[in-house]
Design a protein around this ligand. Structure first.
Ligand SMILES: Cc1ncc(COP(=O)(O)O)c(C=O)c1O
Length: 354
C-alpha cells in the first residue's frame, strides 16, 4: 500500500497533447515485472540486451538501439553523433528540433540548423536544395544531415516513396538522413505498413523512436540503421545526460510496446479518434478543418471567442494566434465518448444543434 494520494480525476481527458495521457496498463505491468532484485546499471541488464532483438524484428537485424529518457534527448544525441563540429542539419521550419526543443540542438549539441519553410511540414528534394548548398565553402556550415519528422508536427505523413526520394537525394549529396519518429507508430498505423517500410527499407540512416506518446511512462530510443552514419554514440549519450542508470525500466517498457502489437493497437486508436473528431465537427458551421487529418492530430480554425470558451471546458492548444488555428491531439487512451463529448461541446459553443 502507498501513502500517496490520488490528486486527479483519471476519467478526465483532453485534446492538448498525446503527452497528457497516462501510461498504458500493460506498460505499467511490464515495469512491475522488471522490478525487484538487482540488475547491472547503465544498460548492461537483461532487458536492454533483449531489446536489440525486439528492435531488430521491426527495423532489421543490423539496427542498434540506444534507449534514452526523452525525445529532445534522442534528437540531440542522434544529431550530434551524425555531425562534425562544422556541419549542419537541414530541417523543416516547423520541425520540433527547431521550434520546440528550447534551442537544445544548438545549445547542447552546438549544431547549426538550416530550416526550410514548407507548406505542410514536409521536406522534398527541391526544398532540401534551398539549404543544401555551399559544400566545400569554408564560410558556410556544411550541410550534413537532413532531418524529417514522421508523422509531422502538422499531422501530415510522408509516404515511404517520398522518404525514399529524400534519402536518395541526401545520399547523392553526401548527406545522411535522420527521422524524428516521436510519432512513428502513428505513421505506420495510418499508412498500414511496418515500421521499417519508411525507415530501414528506404534508406533512413538514424531515427529517434518515440515511446512516450505511444503509451510509455517515459522513454525514447535512438535507432541506428546505418552504423557508418554515426560516431561516438556511446559517449555522446552519457555526455548529453541521457544514459539512464536504471535502464532496465526504460527497456522493458519498449519490449512491452514492441514485442507484440501494443504499439499498433495504441496508434490505431489514437488515429481513429482523430478521424472521428474531424468527421464529427467538419460540417459544424464556423469550424474549418485546416489540414489533412492523417495521424492523431486535428488542426482547425475557430472563432477566437469560441476557442476561449471551449478551453475552459477541455484542454487544447492554440497553434496560431493570428489565424485562430487550434490543434487537437488524440492519444492511445482517447475514447469515443471523449471525442463525442468534445464534438458536442464544439457544436454547442458555435450555437449549432449537437
Ligand atoms: C515531433 C516531436 N519530436 C520530439 C518530441 C519529444 O519531445 P520531448 O523532449 O518532450 O520528449 C516531440 C514531443 O512533443 C515531438 O512532437
Amino acid at each position: 500500500m502507498t501513502d500517496a494520494i490520488r490528486r486527479h480525476d483519471p476519467l478526465v481527458r483532453g485534446f492538448a497533447s498525446d503527452n497528457y495521457a497516462g501510461v498504458h496498463p500493460e506498460i505499467l505491468q511490464a515495469i512491475a515485472l522488471a522490478n525487484g532484485g538487482h540488475q547491472t546499471a547503465y544498460g548492461d541488464d537483461v532487458y536492454t540486451a533483449a531489446l536489440q532483438e525486439v528492435f531488430g524484428g521491426h527495423f532489421g537485424p543490423a539496427a542498434r538501439v540506444w534507449p534514452v529518457f526523452n525525445g529532445t534527448g534522442a534528437n540531440v544525441v542522434a544529431l550530434r553523433s551524425m555531425t562534425a563540429h562544422w556541419e549542419a542539419v537541414v530541417c523543416a521550419e516547423s520541425a520540433h528540433i527547431h521550434t520546440d526543443e528550447g534551442g537544445a540542438p544548438e545549445r547542447s549539441a552546438g549544431l547549426k540548423l538550416l530550416p526550410v519553410a514548407t507548406p505542410d511540414g514536409k521536406l522534398t528534394p527541391e526544398l532540401i536544395d534551398r539549404q543544401a548548398w555551399g559544400f566545400g565553402d569554408e564560410h558556410r556550415a556544411q550541410p550534413k544531415v537532413v532531418s524529417i519528422t514522421q508523422s509531422t508536427e502538422l499531422g501530415t505523413l510522408y509516404t515511404p516513396e517520398e522518404i525514399g526520394a529524400i534519402c536518395d537525394h541526401a545520399h547523392e549529396l553526401g548527406m545522411v538522413v535522420h527521422l524524428d519518429g516521436a510519432r512513428a507508430t502513428n505513421a505506420a498505423a495510418a499508412l498500414d505498413v511496418p515500421l521499417r517500410a519508411f525507415t530501414t527499407d528506404v534508406g533512413v540512416d538514424v531515427l529517434s523512436f518515440g515511446g512516450t506518446k505511444a503509451g510509455l511512462m517515459f522513454g525514447e530510443a535512438v535507432v541506428v540503421l546505418n552504423p557508418g552514419a554515426v560516431r561516438g554514440l556511446r559517449y555522446l549519450r552519457k555526455s548529453a545526460m541521457q544514459l539512464a542508470s536504471k535502464m532496465r525500466f526504460v527497456s522493458v517498457q519498449f519490449e512491452a510496446l514492441l514485442a507484440g502489437d501494443l504499439w499498433l493497437r495504441n496508434a490505431r486508436n489514437a488515429n481513429a479518434m482523430a478521424l472521428r473528431l474531424a468527421d464529427a465537427v467538419r460540417d459544424v458551421p464556423g469550424v474549418e478543418i485546416s489540414r489533412p487529418v492523417r495521424a492523431n492530430a486535428v488542426f482547425a480554425i475557430l472563432p477566437g471567442d469560441v476557442t476561449e470558451r471551449l478551453q475552459k471546458r477541455f484542454r487544447f492548444y492554440t497553434w496560431n494566434e493570428a489565424t485562430g488555428e487550434v490543434r487537437w491531439m488524440t492519444a492511445f487512451d482517447t475514447t469515443e465518448a471523449d471525442v463525442d463529448a468534445f464534438a458536442a461541446a464544439v457544436a454547442q459553443e458555435l450555437g449549432s444543434p449537437a
